[in-house]
Write a protein that binds this ligand. Structure first.
Ligand SMILES: Cc1cc2nc3c(=O)[nH]c(=O)nc-3n(C[C@H](O)[C@H](O)[C@H](O)COP(=O)(O)OP(=O)(O)OC[C@H]3O[C@@H](n4cnc5c(N)ncnc54)[C@H](O)[C@@H]3O)c2cc1C
Length: 515
């Protein structure tokens, strides 16, 4: 499967530093901009001070880069912020927050721009963007790293590989570490070392007053608790994160495909042997139902293609001992007719980053670059029967297009060992998180994409499969009772922390913690 476009609207800025810095206009007092500012009740002089005072840059609708800068990773979202403040450092963020407060302007926040409901860019708000706050400082003696809130997982893993060190992280290189960690953060090594936020030991944040604060076990522990699963955009602007590190040099990549007929049996066996009761935590797997194109030739020699649904498990084994790895995976490989699209297993150990890329490159299927997407999820918290998994598979076969994917993230191991109130991340008793990406190309396919996805989770035949919890990193406008769904019994505590740190609710979005 072609990777969803590995493109970030700010890529140019990120790669080349700040290309406009040298030419930064002394004065942005050009007539249309002044008119625009005044029409939004913004004092042009205060705006000019903002432009001059920050190290980063301000991009308005009158700048050529506004139209790419306002986009998010999903083409489905098309919002128009008032203007964009690209911050290069904490000081810039502080100036930006103070400016918005003094001018009484609504704010939205963006790091990697991968929010699945488009909440990081909102119409008519000032977009404070931290993607240029880079910097990865690895401390191999104390086994920690401090990371700027603009760093992506691809950038971070590249650096950690050089040290042979690791944090549980995402498999998509362009996802921002900030948003990902604040919402939990699931990755291949989560069963072994927990999700990303379980390994977060300190944060630096700019408050609603524009002040910088640190939160760790000893200082402002409530704020650290809330950043471990309480999601971004609620308490302040995160500027850096400090993580606990683990040693991880090389891994065995694993990718196994099964014909769709074997999928329910594999899922059922997986649930019973390698989720809550997982014995060998070196095994880190993700599963998905997808569709590949098969080329055929008819009796007249004409080439044609058919869409063929299939089931895939991909992941890693993170110990050198391949004999133990083979044993751990054996219960699944005994089922049906497995094939190996990324090559024979247990041939070569490679770095975590290489394994991640190798596995993505070998996913079969096609996703066009300009496609649009909506995503939903639900947890499986009571053990399902094989017939239930068959329902999941059968519904998937009704996909209106060849792009849709249903993915399974197994829970158990280190994730489920943590108490559900030890951090804001409450989901500690699941077998799987099952998330579905539903795609559309043209506007007239959109309704069908939404209703197909809705029915995957809400139709009479499907709804009994799921608990009423949702993984808060896969946000969607349509969830019912999202407060309980994302945060369960931890929601009232999050509200208390919200009231303490942002009493005027300046950090808000459609599903932000309510005061
Ligand atoms: C292609 C893709 C792959 C994904 N893969 C995984 C995966 O493998 N595992 C997983 O767990 N999740 C995954 N996710 C979900 C992802 O972790 C979340 O969408 C996450 O919130 C994205 O973080 P971001 O920084 O890129 O997004 P953003 O949209 O920039 O931010 C997410 C939220 O945090 C807020 N925010 C941004 N910056 C700050 C800041 N500095 N301070 C405070 N709040 C801020 C935003 O306003 C928004 O509400 C994936 C999503 C996509 C689209």
């Amino acid at each position: 499967m072609k990777k969803v476009r590995a493109y970030h609207p700010l890529r140019q800025l990120m790669m080349g530093g700040n290309p406009n810095k040298a030419n930064k206009p002394k004065n942005k007092n050009v007539a249309p901009l002044v008119e625009y500012l005044v029409s939004h009740k913004i004092d042009p002089e205060t705006f000019n001070q903002l432009v001059q005072n920050i190290n980063g840059q301000v991009v308005t609708p009158f700048d050529a880069s506004y139209n790419t800068g306002r986009l998010e990773s999903d083409n489905a979202f098309n919002k128009y912020p008032l203007f964009i403040i690209y911050c290069n450092c904490s000081a810039d963020v502080s100036i930006a927050v103070k400016f918005c407060r003094s001018e009484n302007l609504p704010i939205c926040l963006r790091a990697g721009g991968h929010n699945t409901a488009g909440y990081s860019v909102l119409d008519g708000r000032v977009l404070i963007d931290v993607a240029n706050i880079k910097g990865i400082f690895v401390d191999p003696i104390n086994m920690t790293s401090t990371v700027g809130s603009g760093v992506t997982w691809g950038e971070y893993n590249h650096e950690l590989n050089a040290y042979g060190l690791h944090n549980p992280g995402g498999s998509c290189d362009t996802v921002g570490m900030a948003g990902y960690t604040m919402g939990g953060g699931y990755g291949y090594t989560s069963m072994k070392w927990g999700i990303a936020c379980d390994n977060l030991i300190e944060i630096r944040m700019v408050t609603a007053e524009g002040e910088m604060v640190t939160a760790n076990e000893h200082i402002n522990p409530d704020l650290l608790w809330a950043h471990k699963g309480g999601t971004g955009g609620n308490f302040g602007v995160l500027v850096s994160m400090k993580y606990k590190l683990y040693k991880l040099k090389n891994v065995w990549p694993i990718q196994v495909n099964w014909p769709i007929e074997d999928a329910a049996e594999v899922l059922f066996t997986w649930q019973n042997t390698m989720t809550k009761t997982l014995k060998d935590r070196n095994l880190g797997l993700l599963g998905f139902l997808a569709i590949k194109e098969i080329s055929k030739i008819d009796k007249n020699g004409i080439h044609y293609t058919i869409n063929q649904p299939y089931f895939c498990i991909r992941g890693i084994y993170s110990d050198d001992n391949s004999t133990a790895g083979k044993k751990a995976l054996e219960p699944l490989l005994k089922i049906g007719k497995p094939t190996y699209p990324a090559g024979t297993l247990w041939k070569k150990q490679i770095t975590y980053s290489m394994a991640n890329q190798h596995l993505l490159d070998n996913v079969e299927g096609i996703i066009p670059d300009d496609i649009k997407e909506t995503k939903r999820c639900a947890y499986i918290e009571k053990a399902l029967k094989k017939e239930d998994y068959q329902k999941m598979v059968d519904y998937f076969k009704t996909s209106p297009n060849p792009y849709n994917i249903v993915s399974m993230e197994p829970y158990g191991g280190a994730i489920n060992e943590i108490k559900s109130d030890a951090s804001a991340f409450v989901h500690r008793n699941a077998y799987f998180d099952v998330f579905t990406d539903s795609f559309w190309m043209t506007d007239n396919e959109k309704d069908e994409a939404f209703s197909w996805l809705r029915n995957y989770y809400e139709s009479e035949s499907m709804k009994s499969l799921w608990s009423n919890h949702y993984y808060q990193n896969y946000v969607n406008d349509e969830y019912k009772n999202w407060q309980f769904g994302y945060f369960g019994e931890n929601y009232p505590e999050l509200q208390l922390i919200k009231r303490k740190w942002d009493p005027e609710n300046i950090f808000n979005f459609p599903q932000s913690i309510e005061i």
